[in-house]
Write a protein that binds this ligand. Structure first.
Ligand code: COS
Length: 384
């Protein structure tokens, strides 16, 4: 890798790599098959500091930079993409939301349990009719005495069933559109927050994706995260960080495919030669390696801009767009290299192929990333 890592960053990468290959990878196929949430692994990740990576030590976090986070998340995704998406939403969306918008008491109350991996975070922005356009959401929150009362429904919520807390966006002032959306902390088990249908997905089957219904769900007034009307800004800010996470996840899965393809090409013979002798396949490997490296550099570059305190939204979208489309090409090529075996669940390529498919969809589709990037370059389009 051309990107120069500090000693600490390299150490974190090695620690995550060892953990991913020794602990996360071995049960990944079975967890995928049986839809088993990786709770025990996430607890171990909490102990290793992977569940509050960018959180200051005062709140129980590991206090490392975004580059280290990208390196660690890539390694976890190499072992299991389902585990990686839980880690990604938890760290780069939920912990970030607390860090940048939470009141001091909220940070003290929630972050230590989140960093230990005991309380996993979920983020509920998307609604059944509002995916790419979250400003059109309809969930409402009305103040009643010393409580907020939430009503509405959320869709496709990663970890919605297994999370210890959910950050929920809701309208507090309908007349202000996106500026009337606020964010709330809703602990799991709060009466009125009902975990609904769990989606039966193509991939990432060990991570739960659920509908959440809010039926007169009452939470204390103090559970508003940020200021009234800041919910959309919180979502957009944290999604920038989350998108770097999805890029890292894509890179991990793609690297796993490349490594498995290389091993297979050395071992499998055709026409009296190992597959690694055939130029058609050698060139596939070259293209896969180039694309993975390009994605890695885009992700690390976006992460280092964030670490420097610079604007990084466009670069995050570029990394997410390129890496998520790249991994869909790479998983396809890895199946092609493995031939019929690649198509069967006995080999991990089949799982990687299914897992990768959602990467161009969640946390902003490829079309939304292109919109963000082109708006940055050209200014907003007049066509609304
Ligand atoms: N960081 C902080 N604030 C941002 C921001 C960012 N990256 N992007 C936009 N905003 C703010 C703008 O500054 C603006 O605020 P003000 O009106 O107070 O000035 C506000 O958000 C609205 O901006 P804009 O008019 O550009 O928003 P749009 O409604 O046109 O939507 C897109 C912008 C399409 C980019 C946004 O809706 C989006 O990202 N959609 C995809 C959602 C998504 O990823 N969903 C997956 C959820 S998984 S949790």
């Amino acid at each position: 890798m051309a990107f120069c890592l500090t000693e600490e960053q390299a150490m974190i990468q090695t620690m995550a790599r060892d953990f991913a290959r020794e602990v996360v990878l071995p049960g990944a196929a079975q967890r995928d098959r049986d839809k088993i949430f990786p709770r025990d692994i996430l607890s171990q990740m909490g102990e290793l500091g992977f569940m509050g990576m960018m959180v200051p030590e005062t709140y129980g976090g590991a206090a490392v930079d975004m580059v280290s986070y990208v390196l660690a998340l890539t390694e976890i995704a190499y072992g299991c993409a389902s585990t990686a998406v839980v880690m990604s939403v938890h760290n780069s969306i939920c912990c970030e939301a607390f860090l940048h918008f939470g009141a001091e008491e909220q940070k003290q109350q929630w972050l230590p349990a989140m960093c230990s991996g005991q309380c996993i975070g979920a983020f509920a922005l998307t609604e059944p009719h509002a995916g790419s356009d979250p400003a059109s959401q309809r969930t409402i929150a009305v103040a009643d005495g010393d409580e907020w009362v939430l009503n509405g429904s959320k869709q496709f919520i990663t970890t919605g069933k297994n999370a210890g807390l959910v950050i929920v966006t809701a309208l507090t002032d309908r007349s202000k559109r996106h500026r009337g959306i606020s964010a709330f902390i809703v602990p799991q088990g709060t009466p009125g927050m009902v975990v609904g249908k769990e989606e039966d997905k193509l991939g990432l089957r060990a991570s739960d994706t659920v509908q959440l219904a809010f039926e007169d769900c009452r939470i204390p007034l103090d559970n508003m995260l940020g200021k009234p009307g800041e919910g959309f800004k919180i979502a957009m800010t944290c999604l920038d960080s989350g998108r770097i996470g999805i890029a890292a996840q894509s890179i991990g899965v793609a690297q796993a495919c490349l490594d498995e393809s290389i091993a297979y090409m050395h071992e499998r013979e055709a026409f009296g030669h190992p597959l690694s002798d055939f130029q058609g396949l050698r060139w596939k490997v070259a293209d896969m390696a180039v694309e993975i490296e390009a994605a890695r550099l885009l992700a690390l570059s976006a992460a280092s801009l964030k670490d420097l305190g610079k604007r990084y939204g466009q670069e995050a979208s570029m990394a997410k767009l390129y890496a998520s489309e790249m991994v869909n090409r790479v998983t396809g090529q890895a199946i092609q290299i493995h031939g019929g075996y690649g198509y069967c669940a006995e080999y991990p390529m089949e799982r990687h192929y299914r897992d990768a498919r959602v990467f161009t969809i969640y946390e902003g589709t490829s079309e939304i990333q292109r919109l963000v990037i082109s708006n940055n370059i050209l200014g907003p389009s007049m066509m609304r």
